[in-house]
Design a protein around this ligand. Sequence first.
Ligand SMILES: [Zn+2]
Length: 360
Amino acid sequence: MKNQFCLIFVLSSLFWGCSKENLKPVIDSDLQTYYNAFLKEAQSRNKAISGTDGFILQFGSANGAIARTYPAENKIVVDSVRWKDVSASEREFTMFHEFGHLFLKRGHNIRTLPNGEFKSMMLTYEGMSNVESIHLYLGIRRKYYIDELFDENTAIPEWANLQFDPFPLTNSTRKLVASQDFDESKELSAYLSQFPNAQFKIPEKGILNVKLPKGDGFSLEPNKVMEMANVLPAKRNDFMKSNNYEIEFRYRLKSGTFKYLYSPNTYQNYAIFSHMFNPVSYKISSFIFYFRFSNYTINNDFNTVRLVRKGDFWSVYLNGKHLFYTDVWSADQANQLIFSIAGNEENAEFDLDYFRLYEL
Ligand SMILES: [Zn+2]
């Protein structure tokens, strides 16, 4: 790459003289696609990008960040180690953020949208003690964030309004397909044996009581829930691929922590809400959380979670309140939303009332 650069430099010097303006950008081939994508997004918005002459985009060490911009040198350095550990969407997010610094002269912006999500992809987590969410840069959110990158006055997107409710809940038009009611008659032991540290009992008909030791967790992906609800695997896969559906379940937290996770890919988990039985003992230990809606949970009684899928979108409700809306953007959509109950810093105990699958 260096030799090639020299050659281009020499040739251009012969024809146009030795001025800085004639320096072609020097971009690592693995990063070229992000630079091209950025220019394309700019072009589609009629934004002229200047300052690309002599621009350098290369791998190296970014001092703890995924990438770092050096405006004086017209250079962005991408951390060759950290780059390997981030998803495709996070890579684009990171590059566009840095291009925002360098080519759009944008600084950081930590303002939030009405629903608590970040307003801008020019966000930073540095020096913030009260972060309420981590950015999601997926599907409909990606488009908004790129719009906002090029135009800070971009209107607040519909999905960021608290009143937004794309699929108002209905009880009358949904059709029960499968149900796990935790009657003693239904065989659960084979399924539950995959959680060796958890203790299960059915103290009364219709309630599954679960106890977890401190530090242990219990996660149920929607397809596992289907398994639990005695829907045959083949039928389940077909059903979840081809139908609009709803999953409803009820839990009562007695101690520990409950999280409802959105897991769009193997790199990321976001808690749409966390329910802490004893918030004082609970520390937010990482940036994986999107926990704006914790105050909608009910202690010492049952909470109802409804997950509605219509077409290419999910919507999540807690106790009738709409919380979260996102694209079904992975082929493996069954694994995107996970019910997770964990004894983070204390033993956890909870009751499950039912899991139900409805056709919409
Ligand atoms: Zn930055």
